[in-house]
Design a protein around this ligand. Structure first.
Ligand SMILES: *[C@@H]1O[C@H](CO)[C@@H](O)[C@H](O)[C@H]1NC(C)=O
Length: 207
């Protein structure tokens, strides 16, 4: 009897600890207000090149947002986010409703103070951005730096208004390395050939 009571009590204590840890601390994406209107317009059609092509991002308070809903917004953090098609089989890009675990939007585009007016930013795609399909999300942060609201350049199912980037690294870099190797090799081979000819000529002379 005593053992059963002990078991029941410890189970209760454990579940209490579990719920108190889950509640309050970990903020959920679904708790955020969807009050920002965000657009992202690539500088041209087709697959974009990092270091060259740009994405023009705009953000403002959605006109349907309740008046005063933005009173605690202090900063807007704009981020580049992986589209679902580029998250498949890549747990390091996985979406989680628990914001501290969410890996959808790891790339910072820009952070700006929030002042209630429509804003825009022309972002040159940084050179370390990997090949993938993307959208843009803006988070409104409160004075404690906690996420309070968001908006994004795509729809809820993240299928509209995506854009694709083809990284510089990988195929191109290895091609560059291969061509450098071949040039170095051919120069070395040429010098080797001349040296050999010279040596032969000397041998002939000394005969
Ligand atoms: C503004 O909010 C409404 C209602 O939530 C939504 O239907 C609409 O798509 C939003 N507009 C933009 C530009 O995000």
């Amino acid at each position: 009897m005593a053992i059963r009571n002990l078991l029941v009590i410890s189970l209760l204590v454990c579940s209490l600890i579990g719920t108190s840890r889950g509640a309050g601390k970990e903020k959920l994406f679904t708790d955020l207000q969807h009050t920002l209107a965000v657009t992202a317009k690539p500088s041209r059609q087709g697959v974009l090149d990092p270091g060259k092509d740009k994405v023009s991002v705009t953000w403002r308070l959605n006109s349907t947002a309740a008046p005063g809903s933005d009173s605690d917004y202090k900063t807007v953090a704009v981020k580049l986010c992986y589209a679902p098609v580029s998250q498949v089989d890549r747990p390091w890009r996985k979406t989680s409703n628990e914001l501290f675990k969410d890996k959808t939007c790891p790339h910072n585009i820009v952070s700006r103070p929030y002042d209630g007016t429509p804003q825009s930013f022309d972002w040159t795609i940084e050179r370390d951005i990997p090949t993938a399909s993307y959208f843009v999300r803006a988070y409104a942060l409160d004075s404690k730096g906690e996420k309070a609201a968001y908006g994004q350049s795509t729809d809820a199912s993240k299928s509209a208004n995506l854009f694709s980037v083809q990284a510089i690294s990988g195929r191109h870099a290895s091609l560059d390395i291969a061509s450098i190797c071949f040039s170095v090799f051919s120069v070395v081979a040429l010098f080797g050939f001349f040296a050999n000819e010279k040596r032969k000529a000397k041998l002939e002379q000394s005969k």
